[in-house]
Design a protein around this ligand. Structure first.
Ligand SMILES: [Mg+2]
Length: 245
């Protein structure tokens, strides 16, 4: 039995805007649309977020919002420009976006592995885009960091509860930038170590709705600080001070 591998902890990690940039690609696409159509940004955000909340996020939302608002700018039918429709097609093809991995991702994941953590990636979105444009692109080494990679349409407590079954002695940490998605569902599943990567430029569809008591959430700025917190917590029992990292 002595040969069993040591497991110091389990880290369940989100992908978009936690390990790699995602929202920026949408913002860039939106900026080009606003420039070419002269649609007002506030009007755009209002409708886009309202529709996502009312009908749920799907791969057509962004494009439909663009088409609807473009139609509103026309005062008569002769003004309709098919080139704008082509532009919208191009701007909403998310498989053509760039989703760069953050500079500190590989090193941070490696630090957890070196400290005998089991890592799991849990991401939501269009499976083909998540796999082809992100996970596969980040390379074999990235994929090998994880025991398992889960791609789902939507995160639920059931998806997270299985991580509590792996090793009853190992603490489970959930790390992500969305309070209402991975962290709320982790909390409902019973995971108590919740690390929120607070971004200034956060996912605008994250309505932030959650029922996690504020004192249960650890707020950090990036994956490096998340790992610092976990390892400090693990070995020293000291309170985390971001100014010391
Ligand atoms: Mg995310």
């Amino acid at each position: 039995m002595d040969n069993l591998p040591i497991v110091n902890g389990i880290a369940v990690i989100d992908l978009d805007d936690t390990l790699s940039s995602c929202q920026d690609a949408y913002n860039k696409s939106k900026a080009e649309y606003l420039l070419k159509t002269r649609v007002n940004q506030k009007e755009f955000d209002y409708l886009d977020v309202a529709r996502a909340k009312a009908i749920g996020l799907n791969k057509y939302n962004f494009k439909e919002t663009m088409l609807m608002l473009y139609a509103r700018t026309l005062s008569d039918i002769t003004q309709y420009d098919p080139e704008i429709e082509q532009l919208i097609d191009r701007l909403t093809d998310t498989s053509k976006y760039e989703y760069p991995i953050y500079g500190d991702t590989m090193e941070s994941l490696q630090r957890l592995r070196d400290n005998h953590f089991l890592l799991f990636l849990v991401t939501s979105g269009i499976e083909k885009v998540q796999r082809k444009c992100k996970i596969n692109k980040f390379g074999k080494k990235f994929k090998e960091m994880f025991v398992d990679i889960t791609i789902v349409d939507r995160k639920t407590p059931e998806i997270f509860s299985r991580f509590l079954q792996i090793d009853p002695d190992a603490p489970v940490y959930s790390i992500g930038n969305s309070l209402s998605s991975e962290l709320h569902n982790s909390y409902l599943a019973g995971i108590t170590n919740l690390i929120h990567i607070s971004k200034k430029n956060n996912w605008q569809y994250d309505n932030g709705a959650h029922s996690i008591p504020e004192e249960k959430i650890i707020h950090v700025d990036n994956i490096t600080q998340a790992v610092d917190y976990i390892l400090n917590n693990q070995y020293k029992g000291e309170n985390y001070d971001p100014s010391k990292s």
